[in-house]
Ligand binder design. Sequence first.
Ligand code: TXA
Ligand code: MG
Length: 349
Amino acid sequence: MTNTLLFRLDPAAPDAALIERAAAVLHDGGLVAFPTETVYGLGANATDAAAVSRIFAAKGRPASDPVIVHLYDLAQLEQVAANVPALAYDLARRFWPGPLTLVLRRAAVIPPNVSAGMDTVAVRMPNHPIPLALFSAAALPVAAPSANRFARPSATTAAHVLEDLGGRIDVVLDGGPAPIGLESTILDLTKPVPEVLRPGGIPLETLRELMPDVRLISRQLQPDEAGIEAPGMLLKHYSPHAEVLLFTRDTATVIACMQAAAQQRAEAGQRVGILTLDAEAAYFEHLPALLFRLGTDLPQFATNLFRGMRELDRQAADVILVHMVEPTGLGIAINDRLLRAAEGRIMEC
Ligand code: TXA
Ligand code: MG
């Protein structure tokens, strides 16, 4: 066990002395968790293979699952990636700092274990003052997966990080809740046609404006097929302990179906949880169920989704019911995370 230090920082003006201490931990090969605009990350010096291997140990993450390298300055791109295409610079200038991860050819300075032995590297620049200050103070590229135990919902607050990784990492920088709440969009530029390996914070429609031929790879791999593509595609991922039941059809049908399922599960002795948009909460209030309100629109749904899963787990829900959302904009990423949490199953209505 490690004594995990918690530093509270104001995102608008991160305390320089605490940032320096965290940067020194990165230099010494230690692990520092930090907020980003998407979810919390668990960082190590991306040029230090031993430090990177500590990330895998702390998370319980298989070595076959590569991690993203985070930058604070566009000039680092040619240091961590090789043969960077012009398209990568166009995308970086438009979307960085921001929730877009680019898969490129790996440069020699990045050790193979960052990328699970592959010759590619995933790179992004987070749009959050705390990691930008941290990386710049350390003057390092920082390898960082989401700061959760493997296959758990990503951490969107410092409390989630401590819940999963307290005693296993050196420092947590608490900068409040992560605003977007879902991970970055991953775009593979090493393929003949750009491929979205994971839908995320940058909507697909926005990428299509620049790259009309971009493809969304929505294969949902079984665990034994992992190690190829993005293992974030593993079907079971982002999972609460509770079983997740998904519903999709016209709203009236879905609501009737969810009400019936909640009743039936409760009568069978299960503790039922429901994650819902505020507008639909009234349909579920009379049921024997724990209600978690996600907010009024898709951005709020995204921000609160992982928090809701963790909160219902904390209240010992056996089963969590969710109405899937419209598959446009952030809705594509939301449905992707819901499907993974539900291991791909959708309820028949
Ligand atoms: O928003 C985010 O992307 C957050 C924050 C912390 O930056 N990070 C994050 O990391 O979600 P992680 O490790 O939980 O998910 C990264 C995904 C994994 O599914 C991994 O397979 C994929 O990125 N990935 C990393 N390197 C890759 C590579 N070289 N080729 C293909 N996929 C890669
Ligand atoms: Mg993750």
